[in-house]
Design a protein around this ligand. Structure first.
Ligand SMILES: NC(=O)c1ccc[n+]([C@@H]2O[C@H](COP(=O)([O-])OP(=O)(O)OC[C@H]3O[C@@H](n4cnc5c(N)ncnc54)[C@H](OP(=O)(O)O)[C@@H]3O)[C@@H](O)[C@H]2O)c1
Length: 200
């Protein structure tokens, strides 16, 4: 399969691309690096990416930005970023990608455990994650051409915790996290949220 991985230069995306590239051709996409670049916050940029890459068998997104900040300090710009980048960026990857995805192909997006287990400071992130999971459940029912749509909900990633100066013991490595993306692509699931902890 030819698989487009948006966010392939990030902590999770790098391991997803590595795992998938064992058996598939992977097109690595980043914001400022990778084989191709895209800005998820721009629909025109996503359209340009698809027109340059052409027909693909699967699309994976491990990208989408949203800020952490205490609820009382969240700004209009923080909400805007979560909506335009993390939420609509991934929604638009699906909307525009349908014309480039082969029959029977799949989309796999990324949310996060903050959708269901928020911590203080995660309001904007939780909002986007919850919306993405509902979008996935609903839109999957209406896709045609045998297309499937699922979303992976990563737990806190060990490498991210280390970068943040936290004890990574309770985290799940990026390489282990990648297995849920492989399961979404190679299985028959449609409209599902895959908890990384169920795919170790
Ligand atoms: N890490 C965790 O513990 C964790 C837990 C739960 C959920 N998540 C979610 O998983 C996703 C990936 O997390 P991560 O930790 O792997 O992130 P990361 O290391 O920061 O990587 C982000 C990736 O997205 C790309 N990117 C950045 N801005 C972009 C934009 N505007 N348009 C398109 N691509 C853009 C980056 O490209 P460049 O390298 O070129 O900048 C990079 O490939 C995020 O949505 C995050 O919320 C992460």
């Amino acid at each position: 399969m030819k698989i487009l991985v948006v966010g392939a230069t990030g902590i999770i995306g790098k391991e997803v691309a590595n795992l998938l590239s064992r058996n598939h051709e992977v097109v690595r996409v980043g914001h400022s690096s990778g084989d191709f670049q895209v800005d998820l916050a721009s629909k025109a940029s996503i359209a340009g990416l698809y027109s340059r890459v052409g027909v693909i068998d699967a699309v994976v997104s491990t990208a989408g930005n949203a800020n952490f900040a205490p609820f009382a300090q969240l700004t209009d710009e923080d909400y805007e970023l979560a909506l335009v980048s993390k939420l609509m960026g991934q929604v638009n990857l699906v909307r525009l990608g349908q014309d480039y995805l082969k029959d029977g192909g799949s989309f796999t997006l990324t949310s996060g455990m903050m959708a269901h287990s928020p911590i203080p400071g995660a309001v904007a992130v939780s909002m986007a994650n919850g919306a993405l999971q509902s979008f996935t459940r609903a839109a999957a029912q209406e896709l045609d051409k045998g297309h499937r749509l699922n979303i992976v909900s990563p737990r806190f990633v060990k490498e991210t915790m280390e970068l943040m100066g936290m004890d990574p013991t309770s985290g799940i490595s990026a390489a282990e996290t990648a297995k849920a993306y492989l399961a979404a692509i190679s299985g028959t699931a449609n409209g599902e949220t895959l908890d990384v902890a169920d795919h170790l």
